[in-house]
Design a protein around this ligand. Structure first.
Ligand SMILES: C[S@@+](CC[C@H](N)C(=O)[O-])C[C@H]1O[C@@H](n2cnc3c(N)ncnc32)[C@H](O)[C@@H]1O
Length: 256
């Protein structure tokens, strides 16, 4: 059963992501194209294994497991997302269902060298920041292991009113080139990368706002409705006015 505190804590994001498999500006086709390039070197005595930190609804984890014939571990503190990941995994052709841990990264233990592919898309905050995520994904992967890391970057210098709209700072992201270069600082080699298109961004951001508006229409008297309405409209306006041309998202396929 979902603890009440967790259900409340994750209520907004769970509603805004209703009906969505991938919780970021990334299409299924882009994910498949990146995963196509992952060919794990066989490790004697075990099947290929995939880790996903901040796995959300398991959209990428389950695809990776199916494609690689791998076992998998997904970590995410949102029980509603993991419930959907469980259903997704049950409907997929997998050697074995993933182990889904309803926890933050800090609350879990990961066996060193146990994974051929470590995924972290849109969830670097689980480690702290991008550099911490790139360094933190090293211990759990095996020799010659891979990582799939998705993170935001600035397409252009963020305007002050855009940052103010979500309480952000210019220093929390970098431009594309330094974002790609960050991987090398932790000893990763960049194999390939995908820069999310405007279509992927619009599908994500407009779908996110639409899901919240559908819920607001159906629940006008909910005590959370006024705050949720203000939040989604402020975010949506900031995206349409500035965010679309300011924030980018890049997904990097990395190798040890
Ligand atoms: C933007 S979503 C991305 C989900 C998924 N990677 C995807 O691309 O579909 C970020 C996810 O990180 C999870 N998360 C937040 N804090 C976390 C933490 N400390 N440890 C692990 N996951 C966390 C959230 O619950 C959410 O599902």
């Amino acid at each position: 059963m979902t603890p009440v505190a967790d259900a409340t804590r994750f209520r907004y994001t769970t509603i805004a992501h209703a009906g969505r498999e991938l919780l970021g500006p990334l299409s299924a086709e882009s994910v498949e194209a990146l995963l196509e390039r992952v060919t794990p070197a066989p490790v004697a005595g075990r099947q290929p294994a995939v880790l996903d930190v901040g796995c959300g609804k398991g959209g990428i984890l389950v695809r990776a497991m199916a494609r690689l014939g791998a076992t998998g571990v997904g970590i995410d503190p949102n029980p509603a997302f993991l419930a959907e990941a469980r259903v997704r995994a049950a409907g997929a052709s997998l050697v074995r269902g993933p182990e889904l841990r309803c926890a933050t990264l800090a609350e879990t233990h990961l066996a060193p060298g146990a994974f051929d592919l470590a995924i972290c898309t849109g969830a670097a905050h689980a480690f702290g920041d991008l550099d911490a995520a790139l360094a933190g994904l090293v211990p759990p992967v095996c020799a010659h292991g891979r990582a799939l890391v998705g993170h935001g970057y600035w397409r252009r210098e963020p305007a002050a009113d855009y940052l103010a709209a979500f309480g952000g700072t210019a220093g929390e992201l970098a431009a594309l080139e330094p974002t790609l270069a960050a991987a090398a600082r932790s000893g990763w080699t960049l194999v390939s990368h995908h820069v999310s298109t405007h279509e992927e961004w619009d599908d994500y951001e407009r779908g996110y706002a639409a899901a919240m508006r559908v819920w607001l229409t159906a629940h006008p008297d909910d005590p959370d409705a006024p705050a949720f309405r203000d939040r989604v409209e402020a975010w949506s306006a900031a995206y349409e006015r500035r965010g679309r041309d300011t924030m980018g998202f890049v997904t990097m396929l990395l190798q040890r």
